[in-house]
Design a protein around this ligand. Structure first.
Ligand code: BGC
Length: 752
């Protein structure tokens, strides 16, 4: 066949546009550009790339002054970028900015970086947009991660990630310090709500979905941002539960649990990682060469860079006390594998780094590796060509389309924990008393990282988003609702008035709340819900009126004492700006709840088990004290009922090759359309490392009309049945296993 010249060119172009070789080549091209750039950089310029400062540093006024207006100080900006060659800036100062503010600040920064500096390297700006672009006025504020996990809907989490990326980029910011991939296995931890819950498999799938939403297939797309996986790793496992306190955990456990979500996200191309501020077994993670270099970079083949958390190199001297001087600390951290320091309030780091290189205490190869990784992220993001994009091209920012996705996420998160005598949904023509700290404020529905770091400033809440009270008024008309505040998080306001009003209503809806807080500010000594709120419920219960709880909590605050006083309980988590509407819709049946707990809800303050406990934790139940949850992991009721039947395995003697197919038939046996999360667990009957009673290995969320049945199929692979052995390697041992779905189970033998 003869091909004309033109056709040939067309075919080649077509081949290049669909062939994976193209991506490969462009990665190679990027590496070549980095080679050339690195070769022309001075040590000072390299140290600058490894430096990250906070926005306040380049703005007028004093650090952390909340009246300070975020306006660039040209002299400070020039000093940071021209004198110290700083490569990255973060944060928002102390309040939320408009898109106009962001554009003004960032275009200003990028103009200096790309026009006035010698090498014209753009600045990489980073922000904590952890549940939507929470530092941009008018952005779509999603449920926090824990609530997103409760949806068990990965497609929805990916959509939320994509909207977040769009709105962050619409604020001229290309890098998001999210998702948190720590495991929520220590309910006392102040950042529990920032996790996707306790199970490594669930967290991995949610993390993967989020990274796909943030980064997409092409990270240089103007609607995408670079993800930052936090906080590598083990941060959430502190013994005391207090923020940034010691962690005691074996490498075997780290690998079997805490590393898993990071590994999966990195396989999905996540471009950056932020390091855990804590210490594991006495070694601060910021100086742990084994974790940062051997595992993260060598074993996982991570191509991006590792940034410290806030001031963490300084804390090596001030808090951890493993280095006597700041300069020693810098050498320890950089040599261990830190690529960028979130310094972020001074440039002594940059100066010392240069000195350490000149003194031979940090090899130039290590510096070059760090800078290469940072430049790689800047190139892949397309920042050299587009340090920012046209502001007016982001027409969908804060749109109704995005609000709808947000509402769906909040609705699917709602988890119905109790529904005695089917008190819910409530009848629309009955009278209710609405009360409690979360009843008429968006603040406890959004939590920390909302408009401000701790999320407590009511004045920034948007007027066009509904509180629970406003959503109920819109639904029922004002006549059927009496609203009395009752209590704040920890203080009585007007309990007496609330109790008085309860006499005239049919139901009481109490929205219990946790005061927003994160990091050290969110530490607690006691997992029990604040006394004042518990006493309030007891006073209301004396009226004899049926009570429904709505729980707007950061973590499973204990309600064991007051739980019997409630007929209905809806776990709302921190459901975000559409939370008010979603709660109202669930209370009145306009949304059929489909959320499932992504953690085990404890019953007692000192019995904090996870669902995947070991058999020794529950020996002879009834005779000895064993595992006793208030509500188990994966639980959540619906306004309809589902039945499970026909659990089938493709074989009961499996040679471990290909996959084992598991199927189950699920039927909606109630009288309302609904969504069900079909969860598959496995149990290794005997193993050389004590096995858990069960582990989650698959789940699917399906929708079923009244009377409808669906057959749900899962595939199990040999490696899914594995665990980490004492040599810190994943292995799968042959033997007896069990598959469990709903209340059905079936055993099989994995052959040698
Ligand atoms: C937090 C991080 C956050 C960083 C930047 C730190 O204090 O631990 O999660 O990304 O601040 O704001």
């Amino acid at each position: 066949m003869k091909i004309s010249g033109q056709l040939l060119i067309l075919l080649v172009l077509l081949f290049l546009s669909v062939s994976p070789v193209k991506a490969q080549q462009s990665k190679q091209e990027i590496e070549k550009k980095i080679d050339a750039l690195l070769a022309s950089m001075t040590t000072e310029e390299k140290a600058g790339q490894m430096t990250q400062l906070t926005l306040d540093y380049v703005c007028k006024g004093n650090f952390f002054d909340d009246k300070k207006e975020m306006k660039i100080d040209p002299a400070r900006l020039d000093s940071a970028l021209l004198k110290y060659h700083v490569g990255s800036i973060l944060n928002t100062g102390s309040y939320t900015l408009t898109r106009d503010n962001w554009y003004e600040l960032i275009t200003n920064i990028q103009q200096v970086a790309t026009q006035k500096t010698r090498l014209k390297i753009p600045v990489l700006y980073g922000i904590d947009a952890i549940h939507g672009a929470n530092y941009t006025v008018g952005a779509t504020l999603f449920p926090q991660e824990l609530a997103q996990a409760a949806t068990w809907n990965t497609a929805l989490v990916e959509q939320a990630g994509a909207v977040t990326a769009y709105e962050v980029r619409a604020s001229a910011i290309p890098w998001n310090f999210s998702p948190v991939l720590d495991l929520g296995r220590q309910p006392l931890w102040s950042r529990f709500f920032e996790t996707y819950g306790e199970d490594p498999y669930l967290v991995s799938l949610m993390g993967e979905a989020c990274v796909k939403g943030y980064q997409g297939k092409d990270i240089s797309n103007p609607e995408k941002v670079a993800a930052c996986l936090k906080h590598y790793m083990g941060y959430s496992a502190s013994v005391s539960g207090k923020d940034r306190t010691p962690i005691a955990i074996s490498e075997r456990m780290l690998r079997e649990y805490y590393l898993v979500p990071f590994e999966r996200a990195i396989k999905n191309g996540a471009l950056t990682v932020m390091v855990n501020s804590g210490e594991i077994n006495g070694t601060p993670v910021h100086i742990d060469h084994h974790l940062l270099t051997d595992i993260l970079k060598t074993e996982l083949k991570f191509e991006g860079f590792a940034v410290t958390d806030w001031e963490d190199i300084i804390f090596l001297t001030k808090r951890h006390r493993v280095a006597a001087t700041y300069k020693d600390a810098i050498a320890m951290a950089i040599n261990a594998g830190i690529d960028m320091s979130m310094v972020p309030l001074e440039v002594d780091f940059t100066k010392s780094l240069v000195e350490l290189v000149k003194e031979g205490k940090i090899p130039m190869t290590r510096i070059d590796d760090a800078v290469r990784r940072i430049l790689r992220v800047k190139y892949r993001l397309g920042l050299f060509e587009h340090p920012y994009y046209e502001k007016n091209s982001y027409k969908k920012f804060g749109s109704a389309e995005f609000t709808q996705i947000n509402f769906q996420a909040a609705s699917e998160a709602m988890t119905l924990l109790k529904n005695k005598d089917n008190i819910l949904p409530l009848a629309k023509n009955k009278k209710i008393l609405l009360t409690g700290a979360a009843a008429h404020s968006l603040t406890p529905l959004n939590g920390a990282w909302t408009h401000t770091w701790q999320g407590l400033a009511e004045k920034y809440n948007p007027k066009d988003k509904q509180t629970v009270y406003q959503a109920l008024q819109a639904k029922l008309g004002a006549g059927n609702i009496v609203y009395v505040e009752g209590t704040t998080y920890d203080k009585d306001v007007n309990t007496t008035e609330a109790v008085k009003q309860a006499a005239n209503v049919d139901y009481i809806v109490v929205c219990l709340a946790e005061k927003p807080g994160t990091e050290k500010d969110g530490d607690i000594h006691d997992l029990n819900l604040d006394k004042v709120q518990q006493e309030f419920v007891k006073a209301l219960a004396k009226t004899g009126k049926p009570i429904v709880f709505v729980l707007a909590f950061d973590r499973p605050r204990l309600i064991t004492e007051i739980e019997p006083l409630a007929s209905g309980i809806v776990m709302a988590y921190l459901p975000g700006n559409e939370g008010g509407r979603a709660i109202a819709d669930v209370l009145y049946g306009d949304v059929n709840p489909s959320g499932k707990l992504p953690f085990s809800y404890p019953k007692y303050p000192n019995a904090l088990n996870t669902y995947d406990y070991k058999s020794t934790e529950d020996v002879s139940p009834g005779q000895y004290l064993g595992v006793d949850f208030l509500y188990p992991f994966g639980s959540g009721l619906s306004y309809t009922t589902f039945s499970y039947a026909d659990l089938k395995l493709s074989t009961d003697k499996w040679n471990g090759k290909d996959s084992l197919t598991v199927s189950i038939k699920v039927t909606n046996t109630g009288n309302k359309e609904g969504k069900e999360v079909v969860q598959m667990y496995t149990r290794d009957e005997f193993a050389s490392i004590t096995p858990s009673v069960k582990r989650l290995k698959g789940f699917q969320k399906i929708n079923l009309k009244v009377g409808e049945s669906k057959v749900v199929t899962f595939k199990l692979h040999r490696k899914d049945l594995g665990f980490v052995n004492t040599a810190n390697q994943w292995i799968t041992e042959p033997g007896d296993f069990k598959v469990m779905i709903g209340d059905l189970s079936k055993g099989f033998l994995l052959q040698e």
